[in-house]
Ligand binder design. Structure first.
Ligand code: ZN
Length: 388
């Protein structure tokens, strides 16, 4: 922690106080934790960022564990960056009503900024975001760059909690922010398209903290030309799905394989119209080729050409309850898997497979084509990828 109480005043380790001054303060009146009021010790060594340490973390509601140096260094770096932007950040501001202590708080904007390095579950993330929302406080997560793995050519491995904190930019594309305290650099991930549970296509932009103005950049749209590079990544992913379906034994793959098998279809030869990044598809964590193939299959099996959206929603709800379909949680985005489903229906409409009749009713226009061989499937995938 970087903040303590000294004679009922807040003092912090982000300023210019010397080691001697801290030692004197410690001897004189003692330094206390602002949350639990227990004694803390100033640590002014050579290796780690100067900080205050509890004697024991067990009793404190605000600081559950010792912070890593990477985290403290980042908090300090972000503090200095905000000062340079003429903001008035408060370090470790304790919000007693919700027992939350954002790393940085901008009271002028009523805005909390978390620099996340330690592991955190998606449920914890959601409840902390909701905590801020309950006080009408805006919040943003900046993740430690250590958490991100760059795989080259627009490919990144993103932790599922980090992805969960994504927001949408003005064009509706997902974005995330990372910060490296060692280089004092921001990495902005823009136009994020999840390919699998951890793998995502994304464009990364690097900024030195001197050239990065958060409040101007935050939801700005970037050049979308790079989306062209995504086509190849996506096509490659589709090939992987086809090549691995037969040996994949996950419960959801097994389920859809079985359903198709009993109807004389093979998952390997799923329709080229499935497995596409339609609007909001990422609300399902289950691969798009699976749920989209199944949706096409449901429409194909209809004995009449008209169908209601409820018919699909109810079946998807059943599969969600059975955990055959899995969803992603995005606390900042006010949407659900139903948006993914509708996004795909509109995609199918653009490809003249179905058409919308009323708000709730759709009509099938033609039969769906299944490739007969793997070679044909690859060829159709390629043609389809060129067209879209
Ligand atoms: Zn404490």
């Amino acid at each position: 922690m970087l903040v303590a109480l000294y004679k009922n005043q807040f003092v912090d380790m982000v300023g210019d106080s010397t080691k001697e001054e801290w030692v004197a303060k410690n001897k004189e009146g003692g330094l206390l934790c602002p949350v639990c009021q227990s004694k803390v010790i100033p640590k002014c060594g050579m290796k780690k960022t100067w900080h205050f340490a509890h004697r024991s973390y067990e009793e404190c509601a605000g600081f559950h564990e010792a912070e890593t140096n990477y985290h403290m260094l980042g908090k300090k770096g972000l503090y200095k960056w905000l000062i340079a932007l003429s903001e008035e950040p408060i370090v470790e501001f304790y919000l007693r009503d919700i027992a939350q202590r954002p790393d940085l708080f901008l009271s002028k904007h009523n805005h909390a900024i978390e620099f996340q390095c330690a592991s955190i579950s998606q449920d914890q993330l959601r409840s902390r975001i909701q905590g801020y929302q309950s006080l009408n406080i805006q919040s943003d997560w900046i993740f430690g760059l250590k958490r991100l793995t760059h795989k080259g050519n627009f490919l990144h491995l993103i932790q599922s909690t980090d992805l969960s904190a994504a927001k949408k930019d003005n064009a509706g594309n997902l974005f995330l922010h990372y910060y490296c305290p060692l280089q004092d650099q921001f990495v902005l991930l823009r136009n994020i398209l999840p390919l699998s549970q951890r793998k995502s296509a994304a464009i990364s932009y690097r900024f030195s903290s001197k050239n990065f103005n958060y409040f101007q950049e935050v939801s700005q749209t970037y050049n979308e030309e790079e989306f062209l590079h995504y086509k190849n990544l996506w096509l490659k992913q589709k090939t992987t799905w086809r090549m691995t379906a037969f040996k994949n034994t996950s419960p959801s793959v097994m389920y859809f394989k079985k359903v198709l098998y009993f109807n004389h279809r093979s998952l390997t030869l799923f329709p080229p119209l499935a497995g596409v990044p339609s609007n909001g598809y990422y609300h399902f964590e289950t691969s798009p080729y699976l749920w989209q193939t199944y949706l096409l299959f449901m429409i194909e099996k209809l004995s009449v050409s008209l169908f209601s959206i409820n018919f699909i929603e109810q079946e998807f709800e059943r599969l969600l309850q059975k955990r055959i379909l899995q969803v992603r949680d995005f606390p900042y985005i006010n949407e659900s898997w139903k948006n993914a489903m509708r996004g795909y229906l509109h995609f199918l409409e653009r490809h003249k497979f179905i058409e919308q009749v009323t708000d709730q009713t759709w009509k099938k226009l033609r039969d769906i084509h299944y490739p007969k061989t793997v070679e044909e499937a690859f060829k159709l995938d390629e043609i389809f990828s060129e067209k879209s």
